[in-house]
Write a protein that binds this ligand. Sequence first.
Ligand code: GLA
Length: 386
Amino acid sequence: MEQLLATFIDKFGSHTHAKQYFSPGRINLIGEHTDYNGGHVFPAAITIGTFAVAKPRQDKIIRVYSMNFSDLGILEFTCDEDQKRPDLKWANYVLGMLVSLRKMGFETPHGFDLAIEGNIPNGSGLSSSASLEMLVGVIARDLYHLSLASLDMVKAGKDTENNFIGVNSGIMDQFAIAFGEPDSGIFLDTNTLDYEMVPVVLTGYRIVIMNTNKRRELADSKYNERRRECETALSRLQEVLPIQALGELTIETFEQHTDLIGDETLIKRARHAVSENERTIAAKAALTSGNLEEFGQLLNASHASLKDDYEVTGIELDTLAETAQAQDGVIGARMTGAGFGGCGIAIVETDKVAQVTQAIHDTYLAVVGYEPAFYACNIGSGARVL
Ligand code: GLA
């Protein structure tokens, strides 16, 4: 924060009347690619994220600077612009949030200066973009004195992602980042938006984030493709079944009706959505009753389904998750987030974290040819004014 304040002063002059903000990244314990299928998710905010210093201006100019993209310098636009601009790069997330808030009826009458620095590795699948969106939501709420409920801030973030940036993502990331609490997972029904804060008690174990260090270049286009595949499968099932979403089906009912879908690839995609939703509900129950072994097995099964049925893993994530699963002291491991690179998580016995990560590192280097990274992770609070 000290460095960010110094940067703010360097770029924008005085920081009198400037305020400080933080917005986390997220992991998803389980419930992957279920949020746009009306299923359950079980994410948590983490203690790494995006820091900001922001100060209101009297005019309509918005100036933003990111220490992570210092080569881009200060980017500038106005508080009444409403079109995405390629030259704004990362700042389109800032502009997009303001556009989404205005669409909801909120006013963004003046500009501000904003400096940010994130410690979420870029493209790591830990939701650096949703972190930025919720950061801007909190800043706008504060600077413009908006009576903006957290759920509406979440919806504005999703709107930015879907309609301004062009990724057809679900609501999980923004929800986890806005509603996160220390040491709790958020068990969210994406159909009803009912949610429950569930204590994540992993006595003797730690969550280790494993980064493939592979950039997720294909993520956006493949993501939208998976989503369309699920929608097609759903519409074929709806010819007979009275359902609104794949998340409403049990795996038994689904298996009885696969002939309606009639296409092997689409059946696999939908099977993942349905089975993952059931695993998520079971995992929450296992965690709540302290059955860590079952919780870990569900994580492993989730990865297998994302690999075989949903096909969003790849050699990098498979090597991390499967090598982790084979280690003594690991109760479960899987990819987290959209897939196609990015990060995995493993639940590792606290005393064995060093030896387990070393073993995974060595195998990964031998198989993939470059190094992975590891972060021992804590579950933290949601986006906020500091
Ligand atoms: C990305 C999306 C989320 C969710 C996950 C997959 O993180 O932003 O909405 O769909 O992928 O579970």
